[in-house]
Structure formats: structure tokens, C-alpha cells
Design a protein around this ligand. Structure first.
Ligand code: LLP
Length: 413
């Protein structure tokens, strides 16, 4: 890595971390609307198929304002809980543009989603049968598991033989016998193999496997190839080449449609690809601590606000906004949680002083949405940078917010 890479990708033009953090406080999540719009447009432009749909995987970042932007930019939604569906409907998405892909939820939740008119994607045989019995002669999407290991980390690889997701490719016969018993019609087949998948070959291989199976289902309206497109976490990382992927997949999908005898829709469900790089997480340095062994910089946040480094051993690029040109020193960047919450080990950064603002890059996806109240700390504020201005889109939580759901027993008072 050269020095400019160590200093990190530039903070985008118009960003004023010092002013923003002074005004809204730290820690603070900021999302750049232009960057998200750019990614949506790049994704669309990469494919040349007649009927392409992008269903934004909103588990990555569910702020309702971001959902409204996605809607404005023409995406649908991929949802995994009844709550995500409800936020999507509130944001103005039409039920038909929302896909519900739950895993191990109760059947009541699926029935509630049917009531709301969203598309249902079922990923296990017992519920497919039950769905057919409760809603006979209706349409359903089926999530398949192709038994392929792909993804940046075993915890985010979900298409392998031992994954809890999807109906095994080896159980197609069982699916068909449920269809003939219940009159259910399969309107879509779905596969999602994992997150941080960088090689086009994995997607192409899975797509080809899906096309082979899809010809056996005569009522298809769409095929859904999921999300998982890798973005650059490290400056030297290779992100998924969306143009290459678009070229390869469009060609094989168009060929499939010819073989199938009619044109159907192609759906993708990117989360990270659309929002990760648009997100910046600003923290302030509380303490710089030199021990005989390690130089620590401790920030006013922890894995309660950004858990990816600790949970997935994920790399997040860090820049020192307050002293970008300082002399480089190696720091362990740690949080203020009473656990070993290390954001980065021995990371070279321009000299850090107490009060400096550190920025964690690529914090748009699975940052805020995976935050918690551990150590009884409030979750931070979120803001949207759009048209040259910064807009608060979620206030910082308070102690009252945290206490709100607790029930105080009178006899213990
Ligand atoms: N579709 C389905 C069915 C999914 O389960 C997911 C993500 C996506 C689409 C979107 O995947 P993406 O394009 O964002 O990679 N918390 C982890 C990632 C977990 C992904 C869960 N499912 C992380 O921070 O890396």
C-alpha cells in the first residue's frame, strides 16, 4: 500500500466532518445520496435484459429516507421481516415491488405478508406445503440452495450444503410434488449465495444451474439471482466487476428466455453494492494511550455501533479527518465498550490526538442496522448528505429511549 492509500480515500467534496460533528455530535453516520444514486445507475446500466428489476436489500440500511430515495430511483425492495415490509410500505413501495424472503419465521408472519399483498419467497418444504394448503392455487416464489460455497466469510456464505437457507437443489422433486398436490404455481425461483462475492464466475455458475432447473417450471414470471456483490473495503480490494457480470449474465439470461419460449423478468437484490460506499461513520477520539507494547486510540463508539470488524473480522478503512497530513504511526483503534472491541489492529494513520475525528469508510451497509444498546449506550444519529446540505434523518437515542421498553416492577421499587 502506498502512503496516499494509507491516508485513505478522500472525504467527498462538500463534506465538512468537523462542522457536522460539532453540530450533530459524535458518533455520527452520514450517507451520501449522490453515491447511492450512482451505484443504482451503474447497476442498471450494466445489464441489457428487457425487464430488469433491482430489489434493494433493505436490511443493509433501513432508514425510511433512504428507502424513499431508492423508490425514486426505481428500485423495489428485498425484505426479511414483517417490520421491513411495513417500513417499505410506509416509504411508498407498492406491495408488488416488495419481495418477502424470510428464513425460519413463523407461518403467521408469512400469512400477514400475504395479506399485505407482497410477493412471497419460501425457503423450506414444510412451509411450501402449508402455503399451498392455506393459499391453494396461488403464486409463490421458491428460494433454492445450489450448494455452492461463495462469499467473503463463512458467516455470510449461505448457498453451501450446510446452510440453513433455501430448498436444496436435490429436492426439486419434492417441490414439484407439493405443486401438484396443492395447485400452487411457482412464479419465481430465487437464489442468494452470500455476501462479498467478488468473482463473476460464482454468479454465472449459479445462474446456469438455475436456468437448467427453471425450464422445468412453466409458470415463471421472474428469476431472482439475489445480492452479494462485493465492494471495496480495503483500498487495494477488488470489487465485483458489475459491467463484466452484467455482460455475462445478460447474455446467458437472454439465451435462457429464448429456450424458455418467452421473456420473463430478472431480479437482483443488492444491499452492500448500493449503499456501503455511500456511508461514513464519524467518531471522536477520547484517549490516546501508549503502553510499553501498543499505541491505542480509543474512540467514543464501539461494536455497539459498528460491529462488522469484530463480528466478521471485516476491514473498514479509517481516516483521520482532523490531521490528514500528519506523520504516520501504527495504532490499535479500539472502542469504549467493556470488551475487546478492536476496529483495527496496528493500522498506520496520521498522528492522532485527543478530540480528533476519525472516519470509518464503507459504513453504509450493515452499520447502523446491526447496532445495539450494549453497555446501555444510545445508538447514534444518522444524516443524509444531499444537494450540498446535511439533513438529520435519525436523532441520537437517549437514555429515555433505552428505558422506554423496560417495565419497572412496583414491588421492587
Ligand atoms: N438477498 C438476500 C436473500 C440476502 O439474505 C441478502 C443479505 C441480500 C440479498 C443482500 O446481500 P448484499 O448485497 O448486501 O451482500 N451483515 C453482513 C452481510 C449479511 C448479508 C445478509 N443477507 C455483513 O455486514 O457483511
Amino acid at each position: 500500500m502506498n502512503h496516499s492509500e494509507i491516508r485513505g480515500k478522500a472525504i467527498p467534496e462538500g463534506f465538512e466532518p468537523a462542522i457536522w460533528c460539532a453540530k450533530l455530535g459524535t458518533p455520527l453516520y452520514v450517507y451520501d445520496a449522490d453515491e447511492m444514486a450512482k451505484q443504482v445507475a451503474a447497476f442498471k446500466a450494466a445489464f441489457s435484459v428487457e425487464d430488469l428489476h433491482i430489489h434493494y436489500a433493505c436490511k443493509a440500511l433501513t432508514n425510511i429516507n433512504v428507502l424513499r430515495l431508492m423508490k425514486k430511483w426505481g428500485t423495489g425492495l428485498d425484505t426479511v421481516s414483517i417490520e421491513e415490509i411495513k417500513i417499505g410500505l410506509l416509504a411508498g413501495f407498492k406491495p408488488n415491488d416488495i419481495m418477502f424472503t424470510p428464513n425460519m419465521v413463523g407461518f403467521e408472519e408469512i400469512a400477514e405478508a400475504v395479506e399485505m399483498g407482497v410477493r412471497i419467497n419460501i425457503d423450506n418444504l414444510p412451509f411450501l406445503l402449508r402455503f399451498g394448503q392455506v393459499f391453494p392455487e396461488t403464486q409463490v416464489c421458491v428460494r433454492l440452495n445450489p450448494h455452492i460455497l461463495a462469499g467473503g466469510n463463512i458467516n455470510i456464505s449461505v448457498g453451501h450444503t450446510h446452510s440453513k437457507f433455501g430448498i436444496s437443489f436435490e429436492q426439486i422433486g419434492d417441490i414439484k410434488s407439493i405443486l401438484s398436490k396443492t395447485g400452487l404455481k411457482v412464479e419465481g425461483l430465487h437464489i442468494h449465495i452470500g455476501s462479498d462475492v467478488k468473482d463473476a464466475e460464482s454468479f454465472v455458475k449459479v445462474a446456469d444451474m438455475l436456468f437448467d432447473i427453471a425450464v422445468q417450471f412453466p409458470d415463471l414470471a421472474f428469476l431472482d439471482l439475489g445480492g452479494g456483490f462485493k465492494i471495496n473495503y480495503k483500498p487495494e480490494d477488488k470489487k465485483a466487476d458489475i459491467n463484466e457480470l452484467g455482460r455475462l449474465l445478460s447474455a446467458s439470461f437472454n439465451q435462457f428466455c429464448q429456450k424458455y419460449g418467452r421473456t420473463i423478468s430478472l431480479i437482483f437484490e443488492p444491499g452492500k453494492y448500493l449503499v456501503s460506499e455511500a456511508g461514513y461513520f464519524f467518531t471522536q477520539v477520547n484517549v490516546v494511550k501508549q503502553t510499553p507494547y501498543v499505541l491505542f486510540a480509543g474512540v467514543d463508539s464501539g461494536f455497539n455501533h459498528l460491529i462488522r470488524p469484530m463480528f466478521y473480522d471485516a476491514y473498514h478503512h479509517i481516516t483521520n479527518c482532523s490531521n490528514p497530513d500528519g506523520a504516520l504511526l501504527a495504532y490499535d483503534i479500539v472502542g469504549n465498550i467493556c470488551e475487546t472491541d478492536t476496529f483495527a489492529k496496528q493500522r498506520e494513520l496520521p498522528e492522532i490526538k485527543e478530540g480528533d475525528i476519525l472516519c470509518f469508510h464503507n459504513a453504509g451497509a450493515y452499520g447502523y442496522t446491526m447496532a445495539s444498546n450494549y453497555n446501555s449506550r444510545p445508538r447514534p444519529a444518522e444524516a443524509l448528505f444531499m444537494d450540498g446540505g446535511l439533513h438529520l434523518i435519525r436523532r441520537k437515542e437517549t437514555l429515555e429511549d433505552i428505558l422506554q421498553t423496560q417495565v419497572e416492577l412496583e414491588f421492587l421499587k
